[in-house]
Design a binder for this molecule. Structure first.
Ligand code: FBP
Ligand code: MG
Ligand code: MG
Length: 324
């Protein structure tokens, strides 16, 4: 089986970028080890702190964030860092070629139940006309990502990553400590009969989205005339991994639970990297109005509605939302 670095070299990935990816993945290997040790490595449970988004931080959120941040700061390859767990951007190495954003631990509510969790990351080129301290470094559309990926800490530790070409899947060989290529090209089937959505938000969705889900629930008796199954992990990284592996549609639409915050998922370090992986695996990724990767970001913790997965199903869903 092929190792990660030769795969990246074969894809003509720049050596500086390869070294940066290696740094991120070394941190993820350490997170994977600690996740595997669970209570034995004292990583379970909550802290007394909240992040800027008002969410209680779990111990593993903090540990993962610190590991990634420290290794990136030392690498010399990163000019600016953004993280779900950092209120503001962190200036790293002046003149370095790249900027990195990450969700150090996605699916935090699964940490203490031994459920699926993961690290999501994205890399862009640094802007030379903007200072390293400025969050304007991240004012770049998702189409500008030079690398997007996640490491999923499940029964196996998996890396899904694209550097602009196909979305590839690697498995961490824990006996040797290296990532080995296990799926050359992920390929999302166009059609699906599986959806992922948090049904507890049902009464807070728009009329169009409620109509869409109602029709899926009607199965063979409804206008869609096919039976649908539902799966929900409570971790976007796990839900989108399932979609990348066997197709499906993942939705986190706007809801009216808190009017000042209609969307839940963050554009920079959740929606954009996963949208790039989905598109490069022949799927589609949209908000309720537009292609996720085409959004002009307004701030680093900006939230967006997310509808992604099997192309025909995403198109069907968007029809209900009246998107042309
Ligand atoms: O609580 P809900 O509505 O099931 O939301 C789950 C969603 O929230 C998230 O857990 C948010 O991510 P974090 O764990 O990084 O805060 C997504 O991964 C997931 O899809
Ligand atoms: Mg997350
Ligand atoms: Mg998180």
């Amino acid at each position: 089986m092929k190792r990660l670095i030769p795969c990246l070299e074969q894809d003509n990935v720049d050596i500086e970028l390869i070294l940066l990816i290696k740094t991120i993945l070394t941190a993820c290997k350490e997170i994977s080890f600690r996740v595997g040790q669970g209570a034995l490595s004292n990583v379970l449970g909550s802290t007394l702190d909240e992040n800027i988004q008002g969410e209680t931080q779990k111990k593993l959120d903090i540990i993962s964030n610190q590991l990634l941040k420290d290794m990136l700061l030392e690498s010399g390859k990163v000019r600016t860092i953004a993280s779900e767990e950092e209120d503001y951007v962190v200036a790293a190495t002046e003149g370095a070629p790249y900027i990195v954003a990450f969700d150090p631990l996605d699916g935090s509510s699964n940490i203490d139940i031994n459920g699926q969790i993961g690290t999501i990351f994205t890399i862009y080129r640094a802007k030379d006309d903007v200072s390293a301290e400025s969050e304007l470094q991240f004012s770049q559309k998702g189409t500008e990502q030079v690398c997007a990926g996640y490491v999923l800490y499940g029964p196996s530790t998996l890396l899904a990553m694209t550097t602009g070409g196909p979305s590839r899947l690697y498995t961490l060989d824990k006996t040797q400590g290296c990532y080995l290529l296990t799926t050359e090209q992920m390929d999302i089937p166009t059609e699906t009969q599986e959806f992922a959505v948090n049904m507890s938000n049902y009464h807070q969705w728009s009329a169009g989205f409620t109509h869409y889900i109602n029709d899926l629930l009607l199965g063979n008796e409804g206008t869609r005339a096919k039976k649908y199954n539902m799966r929900w992990n409570g971790a976007m990284v796990g839900d989108v991994h399932r979609v990348l592996s066997r197709g499906g549609i993942f939705c986190y639409p706007n809801n009216t639970k808190s009017p000042q915050q209609p969307a839940k998922l963050r554009l920079l370090y959740e929606a954009n990297p996963l949208a790039m992986l989905v598109e490069n695996a022949n799927g589609k990724a949209s908000t309720e109005q537009e292609r996720i990767l085409a959004i002009e970001p307004s701030h680093i913790h900006q939230r967006v509605a997310v509808i992604m997965g099997s192309t025909s199903e995403v198109d069907e869903c968007l029809e209900y939302l009246n998107v042309k």
